[in-house]
Design a protein around this ligand. Structure first.
Ligand code: COA
Length: 322
């Protein structure tokens, strides 16, 4: 049995922050951000009650309703995030409690922007092994709390939000998947957890916010994501044109356009929500999936390829029959 997505949900923060709003706070412009990334605005949390947990619960609740399942029907909850509210308990355990998913095992994974794909592939492996039959996976980030708001080259790129999918074991669903990591490249995109306040340790607090070497990440993304998609297509015995929809990690419209060019495909096979979401890391693919699902874009039987890359470095992809 493979993992089949039977419901999706998402949650964006109440507050939308435009590029012009940011240019009132720092030396940047709508023209610079839009032309280099495709981003016009992003959602950012704006109150203490809007948290990683609250957005995860909202997206999860919406996905369960969309799947027509109850929380107690779920066997497994996996949350992909690098911006949990608490070090422990995990966000997944807190979601389980909030939803009342009393029969679910719950844990978080950290694969940064590839996190939702790692969660999806993990669920698929559990289903193939016959261990679980239903799962809720959530990609959620409040990156605004780990971004360095004095670093204009990174802070304009990211947004907050959550996306979720409910899966059940089925004959059809995921057809092929892969994931990979290269820890030796991890230094190009990193954020330390917290400064050690042990009186015997002296640490540099400047590491406590997200650091990114944008050009190195850009090169890695364009090369690795294209390779990853080709490898998945080879695994499935399909050509790029056989796929109906490519739902890629939403980091930068120029990266998405470059992948489309490499695959010799029209850009209209690559839906995008960068314009109004920015890069929401682990949440980006499931938010996009929920948007295209609710818009009626995906028809039953469509072949949908999800692919992403992120800090770690990590990358992953999954091919599904909708
Ligand atoms: N507004 C205005 N100017 C800015 C700016 C901003 N927000 N951020 C940087 N600049 C300036 C720089 O200071 C630099 O000025 P200089 O030439 O006077 O030194 C100039 O713009 C060019 O900076 P550079 O970093 O070379 O820009 P770039 O064309 O490489 O674009 C990124 C920067 C971040 C948009 C691009 O590298 C990128 O998208 N990388 C991938 C990031 C990514 O996908 N991360 C997520 C991974 S999951």
């Amino acid at each position: 049995m493979r993992a089949k997505i039977i419901g999706t949900g998402s949650c964006l923060p109440e507050k939308t922050v435009t590029n012009n709003d940011l240019s009132a706070l720092m030396d940047t412009s709508d023209e610079w951000i839009k032309s280099r990334t495709g981003i016009s605005s992003r959602g950012l949390v704006s109150s203490e009650t809007e948290t990683t947990l609250s957005m995860a619960v909202s997206a999860g609740t919406s996905a369960l309703a969309n799947a027509d399942l109850l929380p107690e029907d779920i066997d497994l909850i996996i949350v992909a995030t690098v911006s949990s509210d608490f070090v422990t308990p995990s966000t997944a355990c807190m979601v389980q409690s909030e939803l009342g998913a009393v029969h679910a095992a719950a844990f978080d994974i950290n694969a940064a922007c590839s996190g939702f794909l790692f969660a999806l592939n993990t669920v698929d492996a559990y289903f193939q092994a016959g261990i679980y039959r239903t799962a809720l996976i959530i990609g959620v980030e409040t990156l605004s709390k780990i971004i360095d708001w004095k670093d204009r080259s990174t802070c304009v790129l990211f947004g907050d939000g959550a996306g979720a999918a409910v899966l059940c074991a089925d004959e059809e669903g995921i057809m092929a998947n892969l994931q990979g990591s290269n820890g030796s490249g991890g230094h190009v995109l990193m954020c330390r957890n917290r400064t050690n306040n042990n009186p015997f340790v002296s640490t540099d607090p400047s590491m406590d916010y997200l650091y990114m070497d944008g050009q190195e990440v850009f090169k890695f993304a364009v090369k690795k994501e294209a390779e990853c998609i080709q490898e998945l297509l080879t695994q499935a015995g399909l050509a790029p044109t056989d796929i109906n929809w490519y739902l890629l990690h939403q980091a930068n419209q120029r990266i998405i356009s470059s992948i489309a060019r490499k695959l010799k495909l029209p850009l209209d096979k690559f839906p995008s929500n960068l314009d109004h979401c920015g890069n929401t890391s682990a949440a980006s693919i499931p938010i996009l999936l929920d948007e295209v699902h609710r818009a009626g874009t995906l028809a039953p039987g469509d072949l949908v390829l999800l692919s992403g890359f992120g800090a770690g470095l990590t990358w992953g992809a999954a091919l599904l029959k909708w």
